[in-house]
Write a protein that binds this ligand. Structure first.
Ligand code: 8Y4
Length: 277
């Protein structure tokens, strides 16, 4: 199975890819005020690559439940300088985490290789045209609702069947929009319009999603369902639960793990791969 993301090509099966999260929001890498410190963001990205990250996901908008929206202009101001600097300094593909086609376009023009679209639930042809024009990779993530509303009342008849149908539908729509399946990665969107029980059902059903013939991406790092399952309130203390998910995801054939804690995840992944038949 081939995945193309701009000038990069990955052939699966292959060792699990680890995608490091780089949040370039003022609350993550503040310059002391309301702006992002470029040197601090670059240092963190380079530390993640040194720790074994295979990709870096750059995001300029907080997608936590209920987070405030930022304008496309502000998002571009945050992410483009980071991408421009990172393309020169590191070899790994850069992902732009955005819901906005204008931001995706600016990031791809600056050298990003794929778009991580948490709003793949919306029928945004402008986003898909941009992915097609740049021959970029594309992460199609499932979400019920929007980040502002998604945790209000998540509701499914059968969450696994609905996410599976979403993947089928998105692959068809993307193809119709000129985006080849070879560009696409599928993601069940853990925590995006899901209760703890929904998240657990999806994690237990990961193997089933391989039937689409596309790599799967999974993001569980620090998420609140881990807190609910363990009683750990602080997100930064939820790493052990995330590592349990990482080991199981490797066994289930997940291709890409989106994580904050790259060094620890890479260790778990290497061990889980050695054991996985
Ligand atoms: C503490 C820290 C609590 C972080 C919650 C969070 C995914 C994603 C996110 C994912 C893909 C997050 C941008 C949510 N999660 N993209 N993005 N898949 N493709 N929350 O699972 O980290 S942000």
């Amino acid at each position: 199975m081939l995945w193309r993301a701009g000038r990069f090509e990955f052939h699966f099966p292959r060792p699990t890819l680890v995608m490091g999260v780089l949040n370039v929001t003022p609350d993550s890498f503040s310059d002391g005020g309301q702006f992002v410190s470029l040197p601090a963001a670059l240092a963190h990205a380079q530390a993640m690559v040194a720790a074994g990250a295979d990709l870096i996901d750059v995001g300029g908008e907080s997608t936590r439940p209920g987070a405030a929206m930022v304008s496309a202009e502000e998002e571009i101001r945050r992410v483009v300088p980071v991408i421009t600097a990172l393309v020169k300094r590191c070899q790994v593909p850069l992902s732009i985490d955005t819901q906005k086609p204008e931001v995706a376009r600016a990031a791809l023009a600056a050298g990003a290789s794929l778009v991580n679209d948490i709003a793949a639930n919306r029928e945004d042809v402008a986003m898909w045209e941009c992915v097609r024009e740049f021959n970029a990779g594309y992460v199609a993530m499932h979400m019920q609702g929007t980040p502002q509303t998604m945790q209000a009342q998540p509701s499914y008849t059968d969450v696994v069947a609905e996410v599976d149908a979403f993947f089928t539908d998105r692959l068809a729509r993307l193809r119709a929009a000129g985006v080849a399946p070879e560009q696409v990665v599928l993601d069940p969107g853990i925590g995006f319009g899901k209760t703890v029980a929904h998240n657990v059902q999806l994690l237990a059903a990961l193997r089933q999603f391989r039937s689409h013939g596309r790599p799967l991406l999974l993001g569980v790092s620090r998420k609140s369902f881990l807190g609910a399952l363990t009683g750990v309130a602080r997100p930064e203390e939820r790493l052990p639960g995330a590592l349990a998910c990482a080991a199981l995801a490797v066994r289930d054939g997940v291709g890409i793990l989106r994580v904050h804690d790259v060094r620890e995840t890479v260790q778990v992944v290497r061990v889980a791969e050695a054991i996985t038949a």
